[in-house]
Design a protein around this ligand. Structure first.
Ligand SMILES: [Fe+2]
Length: 265
C-alpha cells in the first residue's frame, strides 16, 4: 500500500489534522464560496504572518511570487476572500479555487488539480502556532500557493502534474510525490543572479526561508531523474533543494518524463 509522506513520517503519533480526508460531498468553487466569520484575532494572525514573511522574502523569493502577490492584491490588513482570489486567478490562468475542510485524500486533491482547481482551506492557525503548524491552513494555501497559480507556465505544469498523477501506479506515485515536494512545495528558480523561492512550503515558513537561503541546503540543478530518486522528510528542514532555469523548463522536462512513463497519453 502506498501511504502519504506525512503518514509514513508520523507513525502512530500523527496529528489528526494531518490525516487526509476523503470528500463526502461537493465543495464550493469560486463564487459559491462564502466568507467565514473571521475574528479580529484571525485577521491579526494573518497580518503577523504576512508582515513577517514579506520582511524576510525580498532578495530571496522569485519574481513570479511577488508578481502573483501583486495580481492577487493580498495585504497585511485582512485574510483575503477565497472567491475574490479565485476570480483573479481565473482571469490570469483559468484556474479556480475550491474551499475544502482540511488535508484532502490524494485522489480528491489530484482530481481537482487535474481540472485546474486548487483546493484551499479558509481557516487560519492559532496564536500558539504562528511559528510552525504541521496542519494545512489558509496562510499556507493562500500566501504560499496562490501567487504561483497566476503564472501561466507554472499553472500549466501543475495541471499536467495532476493529470499524470491520476494515471500513476506503484513507484510512479512515489516519484510524483517527490516531484510535487521539490517543485510546488520546495522549488527554487533562477531569479537574476540568485535562486528565488517559488515553493509554498518555503514561502510560508520563517524557518524554511532562513534555512534555504543561509547555505543550509545543498542546491542542485533541476532534474526529473534526480528528484524522482530523492527521498525527503516532511518533519525536517530540507537538506537538498532543486533550482529551475525557468517554468518553461519545468513544463518541458516534466512532460518528457511523464510521457516516457506513459502517464500523459
Ligand atoms: Fe502546500
Amino acid at each position: 500500500m502506498v501511504v502519504s509522506a506525512y503518514e509514513r513520517a508520523a507513525g502512530d503519533d500523527i496529528d489528526p489534522r494531518c490525516i487526509p480526508q476523503r470528500l463526502r460531498e461537493k465543495v464550493p468553487v469560486g463564487d459559491e464560496i462564502t466568507v467565514p466569520d473571521y475574528t479580529e484575532q484571525d485577521h491579526s494572525n494573518w497580518g503577523h504572518l504576512f508582515r513577517r514573511q514579506l520582511d524576510l522574502l525580498p532578495g530571496h523569493a522569485s519574481d513570479a511570487f511577488f508578481e502573483g502577490v501583486e495580481i492577487l492584491g493580498m495585504n497585511k490588513h485582512r485574510i483575503p476572500d477565497l472567491s475574490d482570489l479565485s476570480q483573479k486567478i481565473f482571469n490570469a490562468t483559468g484556474w479556480k479555487i475550491a474551499r475544502i475542510p482540511g488535508l484532502l485524500h490524494e485522489s480528491d486533491f489530484l482530481k481537482m488539480v487535474s481540472q485546474r482547481i486548487f483546493p484551499s482551506t479558509d481557516y487560519i492557525r492559532g496564536v500558539s502556532e504562528l511559528d510552525y503548524t504541521p496542519a494545512p491552513d489558509c496562510f499556507h494555501d493562500m500566501f504560499g500557493h496562490m501567487p504561483l497559480l497566476t503564472q501561466p507556465a507554472f499553472a500549466d505544469y501543475y495541471q499536467m502534474f495532476g493529470q499524470a498523477s491520476l494515471k500513476a501506479k506503484g513507484s510512479q506515485r512515489i516519484k510524483l510525490e517527490r516531484l510535487h515536494w521539490f517543485t510546488v512545495e520546495f522549488g527554487l528558480i533562477k531569479t537574476g543572479a540568485d535562486n528565488g523561492i517559488y515553493g509554498a512550503g518555503i514561502l510560508s515558513s520563517k524557518n524554511e526561508v532562513g534555512h534555504a537561503m543561509s547555505g543550509g541546503a545543498e542546491i542542485v540543478k533541476f532534474s526529473t531523474d534526480r528528484i524522482t530518486s530523492q527521498d525527503y522528510d516532511v518533519w525536517r528542514l530540507q537538506p537538498t533543494l532543486f533550482v529551475l532555469d525557468s517554468f518553461e523548463q519545468l513544463v518541458t522536462e516534466f512532460r518528457a518524463w511523464a510521457e516516457a512513463e506513459s502517464l500523459l497519453n
